[in-house]
Design a binder for this molecule. Structure first.
Ligand code: ADP
Ligand code: MG
Length: 799
């Protein structure tokens, strides 16, 4: 493990040399066949995919040991060989070589190197891991007469005629192009180049025999290919030449300004000169159990597949070679997370008892009994809090599963031990909502209520100053706020617990910033109602322990979900009428996409007007992101108290609103929401004892949105829905644009496609760190993890 095929080949050369040199060459004469073993090992290493400079040295060594030597020259040859190899025989050399500029590759001049670097292919390594986006199967050569329009094909033919011509594209467009007519015994086809004709003209000449690959198009009554890849067959019979090229040719997504052929040559150069320097870190046991090739063999199998390879599996990235590279990548990531987690677990923390009389009294004073799931999670929290190390726990639970109560109990325990709690919500609205809920819970425990304050950007200046002062002296037990809590100027007397609600809107960095407000790292509880698919949980939150509230408070029933299409507005209006006639309330939600904020706001406003016009005796409110906090809070309060029956809003009610009498959720433009979002919205109704209904109104559906909506109608399981969402939209979309910075920038692995491998890598990483805390026995591996993930995971001081 931990080594590369190249370094192992070098070690095989070094071993006999080092043995011979030991104890001032005392063993020199005792090594049998020194010359032969060194020569064979050097020749073998020379054939490996290693940099030229190194292969040259190996060649010299093989030559120096080609014949039996006398004692004197044996000694000097050994000394010299050891000296020559010394700079190469270390993982640091391999790292440096792989990080070198593409300019060091054969056939890559300074100009091409510069373009590659500008496009992010800035090292040998980057090229090695720039995997083909597809493959051309040149094993099956097409006949020109049988070329199919609309498909890529590879075929051979002789140039019957060629030259420059002008073309006219209508509306005054036009220019010069290079054109060639190619024929075989079944027909002819035209090849066209609208750019770069001069260079092509040097290759494509009359009577030349070409292998052509490209997309076949129809042009009037004939077939043509534009900018195909061509290769000229030099000599020998047509058949032989073609047979020699019957292969599977990788095709790379070339960034703008990079020629695909040039890129392929650069990648092939990287493979032939550097592949054997690529280290493999996976535990041997795992490699053997899954029968995986070495990383260098994997790179070769992917960049230069054998003629017998399975093209479909290659294209789908589902070969053992791909599995090896994907697992290698995920393993380093999971090791990084495991190290972070391990470090967290070792750090000094503030032990807090969750069993004191005040906490037990607060528990008894709750207006309801905890559900079984809440009891279980409360035990997990109590366990964590009582340890002398900071808690790092993620609490997942569907909307309405009762997470806030757990945060409340933890805050009481914290206060009882003499420490403070900060609760951060992603929006002011949510912070206000939490503040109300928590204050109500605290009032229920009148004997010894928790002292709660709120602090957001719109807290009046004087009040904010007072809250800050109280936080500094310890006059406040729990402060609820937004990112304003992160500002300098907020200090705590003793911050013991940080609760972050709806975590996936915050970055790891923000979590770190709040943590930094205390001399000893406080406990962290992250709460989210968005069910996070396991794969993402294991990567984005791999440093956290997981608690799941998988049970809703008694009496809740899942909302009935109905799908309406454009033109079925009357039925939706009828649902609304029936609901308000029963004295229940209604949400109408419009999507808010940042770039079209104005038009969405207009849609919501018009909708509110329409509802007011059709139901003159209803009270209808409109809430959107542009309202100031006070008006928003007032509107929410009116809805909560039942003063308004219909709340029209942009997505602000997505999180945290809790109105038991609201039983109908109308989601307009449902096709524009993500699955997880829709599921959350649906969770807003049916929160009391009355059954809820969610009416999804889809206007203009695409294939993807159709799949999403279908998944939502099928199941109520948030985790299943989240998995489906991740599959349909991919991780970037799933987390939303705001989350991009949180996604690990994986080169090859795909969190949606490779879900199973994430779990495999995760387990291997946890095992490794458990057996070897801090990876102290594998410094090279620890360094590789830091090099790849250190900055992103704040791992600087690990290992
Ligand atoms: P979440 O934050 O998980 O969406 P909340 O903590 O806001 O859920 O709880 C939702 C509602 O359920 C609140 O009105 C809360 O008072 C109520 N609730 C929480 N736990 C229970 C329980 N065990 N029994 C009955 N009602 C509960
Ligand atoms: Mg909540």
């Amino acid at each position: 493990m931990a080594s590369s095929a190249g370094l192992e080949a070098l070690a095989a050369v070094l071993r006999p040399l080092e043995f011979a040199a030991r104890d001032d060459f005392a063993h020199l004469e005792r090594v049998r066949d020194l010359e032969r073993s060194v020569r064979i090992a050097a020749e073998t290493a020379q054939r490996a995919a290693l940099p030229r400079e190194l292969r040259k040295v190996l060649g010299e060594i093989a030559a120096a040991f080609a014949h039996p030597l006398d004692a004197q020259s044996r000694r000097s040859a050994t000394q010299r060989a050891l000296r020559r190899l010394a700079p190469f025989a270390s993982p640091e050399y391999a790292e440096r070589a792989l990080a070198a500029s593409p300019a060091c590759l054969p056939g890559v001049g300074p100009k091409r190197a510069e373009t590659l670097i500008r496009r992010g292919l800035d090292s040998v390594q980057a090229l090695l891991f720039h995997l083909p986006s597809r493959y051309d199967d040149r094993r099956a050569l097409a006949k020109i007469g049988a070329l199919e329009v609309g498909r890529r094909a590879t075929f051979t033919g002789r140039v019957l005629g060629c030259g420059f011509a002008s073309w006219h594209g209508g509306r005054g467009r036009g220019g010069r192009m290079f054109e060639a007519v190619l024929g075989d015994d079944t027909g002819t086809v035209t090849l066209k180049w609208f750019r770069g004709g001069e260079a092509i003209a040097r290759v494509v000449q009359k009577d030349a025999l070409l292998v052509v690959t490209g997309l076949v198009k129809r042009y009037r009554f004939s077939k043509e290919l534009q900018h195909p890849e061509v290769e000229r067959l030099e000599s020998g019979s047509e058949h032989e030449a073609v047979a020699a090229r019957a292969q599977i040719v990788p095709d790379y997504a070339a960034p703008e300004g990079v020629h695909p052929r040039g890129l392929r040559r650069a990648v092939q150069g990287a493979v032939s000169d550097y592949a054997d320097l690529v280290p493999g870190w996976l535990p041997d046991r795992l490699v053997r159990a899954r029968v995986l090739p070495s990383p260098s063999d994997a790179l070769r199998a992917i960049h230069a597949p054998e003629a017998s390879a399975d093209v479909e599996a290659l294209c789908a990235r589902r070969t053992p070679a791909h599995e090896r590279l994907i697992l290698e990548e995920l393993y380093l990531l999971e090791l990084g997370l495991a190290l972070r987690r391990e470090r967290g677990a070792r750090a000094p923390g503030i032990p807090i008892s969750g069993d004191g009389p005040r906490t037990r009294a607060a528990l008894r004073a709750l207006p309801f009994d905890l559900t079984g799931a809440q009891h279980r999670v409360w035990r997990e929290l109590r366990d964590d809090l009582s340890r002398p190390h900071p808690m790092h726990r993620l609490l997942e639970g569907e909307v309405g599963s009762g997470k806030t109560v757990l945060a409340y109990l933890a805050a009481v325990a914290c206060a009882e031990s003499g420490h403070q709690t900060a609760l951060m919500a992603p929006t002011e609205l949510l912070a206000e909502q939490h503040h109300r809920t928590l204050t109500r819970l605290a009032e229920g425990h009148a004997a010894d209520p928790l002292r709660i304050e709120r602090l957001t950007a719109s807290t009046p200046r004087t009040h904010a100053d007072a809250v800050r002062a109280e936080l500094a002296t310890g006059g406040v037990d729990l402060v609820v706020g937004t990112h304003a809590l992160l500002e300098a100027g907020v200090t705590f007397r003793s911050l013991g617990l940080v609760v972050v609600d709806e975590q996936h809107r915050f970055g790891v960095l923000q979590r770190a910033a709040l943590g930094g407000k205390a001399p000893v790292e406080p406990h962290t509880l992250v709460m989210t109602a968005t069910p996070i698919p396991r794969t993402l949980a294991l990567t984005l939150y791999g440093d956290l322990d997981l608690s799941v509230l998988d049970e809703l408070p008694p009496g809740r029933q899942p909302a009935r979900t109905l799908l309406f299409r454009e033109g079925e507005g009357r039925q939706v209006a009828e649902l609304l009428r029936q609901t308000v006639a029963r004295g229940e309330q209604v949400y109408v939600v419009y999507p808010l996409v940042e770039e079209s904020e104005k038009s969405d706001l207009r849609a919501a406003t018009e909708s509110a007007e329409r509802i007011r016009a059709s139901f003159p005796d209803l009270r209808v409110d409109l809430v959107h992101g542009r309202l100031d906090a006070a008006s928003r809070a007032a509107a929410m309060a009116r809805f909560e108290s039942g003063a308004t029956q219909v709340l029209v809003s942009t997505t602000v009610v997505e999180v945290g609103v809790d109105v038991a009498n609201a039983t109908l959720m109308i989601v307009e433009h449902a096709e524009r929401f993500g699955l997880a979002q829709l599921h959350q919205l649906r969770g807003r109704v049916g929160r009391g004892s009355k059954p809820g209904t969610c009416a999804l109104v889809a206007r203009g559906v695409t294939e993807g949105s159709e799949a999403r909506l279908a998944a939502l109608l099928e199941t109520h399981d948030g985790f299943e829905i989240a998995e489906a969402d991740l599959r349909i939209r991919g991780p970037g979309e799933f987390l939303g644009t705001r989350q991009h910075g949180r996604l690990p920038d994986l080169r090859i692995a795909d969190l949606a496609r490779d879900a199973k491998l994430v779990a495999v890598a995760r387990k291997a990483a946890l095992d490794a760190v458990r057996r070897d805390p801090g990876l102290s026995r594998e410094p090279d591996l620890a360094r590789a993890v830091r090099a790849r993930w250190g900055p992103r995971l704040a791992l600087a001081d690990v290992g």
